[in-house]
Design a binder for this molecule. Structure first.
Ligand code: ARG
Length: 551
């Protein structure tokens, strides 16, 4: 346990509390309450603190002078960063996320990686880090011989410029040809060899497959307001030339050994199911390399080429051991200097309402495109049911914002370490911890400003509801920092949800535009409304979600 000063959760405990006396009790061999009393008696009096209290076994609670709070809020309101500090020591962070596979449909676990990874990228960039987006697409491997042979067959039948809109079917048919037609299989195996030796024709066909896949994925990124661009593609093939050198190097350093023709790294840190050191093949008997060989080379590249200080991986929890193993090998090989951190930001599965892996009704994988189409049509129906009068472009934009916001937020708002249940009704509800709720809170605040005839003024904190809202607003920077440090967007979601709740309470108890509110109070409350709207907008933006003036 460390000494901490935290914002108090409950206002009766003041604004800040510290556990210092409790922590110091052991090394000092004294009662925490005595230490707390000794600390408190030595704190010089300050205009900024209105009261200091010792609570429970020895917590020290600080009550901040409300004039000071008002001053800080005004500073925050006039700051375009809304009080979120830039990091004093920004880092170079490589963020490995999305990473779909070529000639395959993006699946739901890619959706999770894409949505969560992109939120973290936005947060870290906002905090001043140098962020490198690395879309580690699966664009290499023996299956490409088969895919090239099948693309060739299709082009012969249909001509070039065909529209490859169903990757699932393409892959399935290619596999069927490979299994059923010996001549095709022969050609496919020949094409793998040619591709690996840099043959021009096979390279061209391969590029075509990559481009067709990634053009389609780029449409999805754009549709999802994801910041990934074609330049961020750094697929497995990028590291291909490094693989022989890395394997030789690992052999030379005594980290890898030959075992029945294959090259293997045995790691005593990891045990196999018989309790023996885990063996990790990095080169097969036939000379082929594996997924882990590429990731070892990739770590080396990210350190040498980008000078990465932090490398984040957003992939599902089933890949956890893989990441631990490659990191261990890269460290042993001396590819990573001390201080570089490697974080597997793993996430659970996306489940249907029945608690089983998310699938279509007939058991197939859900295509992201279909999922987003459904989200939009559900929102369209929802707007009709709510009697929306929006038309044309504006309606389209609102549907987009709510649909995409809901799908993303449903994922972002749960702790990523757990599985999560995909539930349309829950995510599209205007009540509870959802994007529509927060977006609606924002538009309702903006509506006040369309009616108000005066501008926001100086902030005066005069009652409990205002105090609670104020304290929450001042916690924005802390929520952003924790989100980026822990790569947990649900921290920011919870913050925004609590902020919206405190705002609603404030709005119910503190009239703003009603008759009988004096001008000073009205202008102060308008300022609190404006600042809340700004924080909601900025917070949602960091999550990759848009707000709108009217919805
Ligand atoms: N393409 C992989 C998949 O579809 C994810 C890649 C994750 N990143 C990595 N460097 N291994 O599961």
């Amino acid at each position: 346990m460390k000494i901490r000063i935290d914002r108090a959760k409950d206002r009766t405990h003041g604004d800040f509390a510290t556990n210092a006396a409790l922590i110091l009790s052991k090394p000092l061999h004294r009662k925490p309450s005595d230490i707390a009393a000794a600390i408190v008696s030595r704190i010089p009096s300050s205009e900024r603190i209105s009261k200091i209290e010792i609570a429970g076994p020895g917590f020290i609670n600080f009550f901040v002078n409300q004039n000071e709070v008002a001053e800080q809020l005004e500073k925050m309101a006039s700051d375009p960063r809304l009080g979120v500090p830039l990091k004093k020591e920004p880092q170079t962070v490589v963020v490995d996320y999305s990473a779909p596979n070529v000639a395959k449909e993006m699946a739901v676990h890619h959706l999770r990686s894409t949505v969560i990874g992109d939120a973290i990228v936005r947060v870290l960039e906002f905090e001043g880090d140098k962020v490198i987006r690395a879309n580690h697409i699966g664009d290499w491997g023996t299956q490409f011989g088969m895919l090239i042979a099948y693309l060739e067959k299709k082009e012969n039948e249909l001509g070039t410029g065909m529209d490859l809109s169903d990757f699932e079917a393409f892959y399935r048919e290619a596999k069927a040809c490979y299994d059923d037609d010996p001549a095709f299989a022969e050609k496919a195996r020949h094409y793998v060899v040619l591709l690996q030796s840099g043959d021009e024709y096979c390279r061209k066909m391969w590029s075509k497959l990559v481009k067709m896949t990634m053009d389609q994925n780029q449409n999805l990124y754009d549709r999802l307001d994801i910041t990934l661009k074609p330049k961020d593609i750094m697929g497995e093939s990028l590291y291909n030339d490094m693989l022989p050198g890395v394997v030789d190097d690992l052999i030379k350093k005594g980290i890898a050994v030959e075992d029945q023709g294959a090259i293997v790294v045995y790691l005593p840190e990891f045990k196999n199911k018989d309790g023996e050191p885990l063996g990790n093949i990095i080169r097969k008997k036939d000379g082929g390399y594996l997924y882990n060989t590429t990731d070892i080379a990739c770590i080396k590249y990210r350190v040498e080429h980008f000078h990465a200080q932090r490398i984040l991986y957003f992939s599902d929890s089933r890949q956890h051991q893989h990441h631990e193993v490659v990191w261990e090998i890269a460290k042993k090989a001396g590819y990573v200097p001390d201080g570089v951190s490697y974080e597997h930001c793993q996430f659970g599965m996306m489940l249907g309402k029945d608690g089983r892996p998310f699938k279509t009704r007939d058991g197939g994988t859900v295509k992201l495109r279909d999922l987003l189409d459904e989200a939009e049509s559900r929102v369209s129906a929802l707007l009709d049911a709510r009697g929306s009068t929006l038309k044309g472009e504006e309606r389209k934009q609102v549907i987009h914002n709510i649909a995409i916001g809901a799908v993303k937020y449903a994922d972002l708002s749960k702790n990523r370490n757990t599985d999560y249940i995909f539930d349309w009704d829950q995510m599209l509800s205007f009540d509870g911890n959802t994007a529509p709720y927060l977006q609606y809170a924002y538009s309702r605040i903006r509506a006040i400003f369309r009616k108000a005839e005066i501008k926001p003024g100086n902030i005066i904190i005069s009652n409990d509801a205002e105090q609670e809202l104020a304290a929450k607003l001042l916690g924005f920077g802390e929520a952003v920092r924790q989100t980026g440090d822990k790569c947990l967007p649900n921290i920011l979601c919870t913050y925004l949800y609590e902020l919206a709740g405190l705002y609603m309470h404030f709005y119910e108890t503190c009239p703003v535009l009603k008759d009988g509110v004096d001008e000073k109070t009205r202008r102060s409350r308008l300022a609190l409304c404006a600042l809340t709207a700004d924080v909601l907008k900025q917070g949602l933006k960091l999550l990759g979600i848009n707000v709108m003036e009217q919805m």
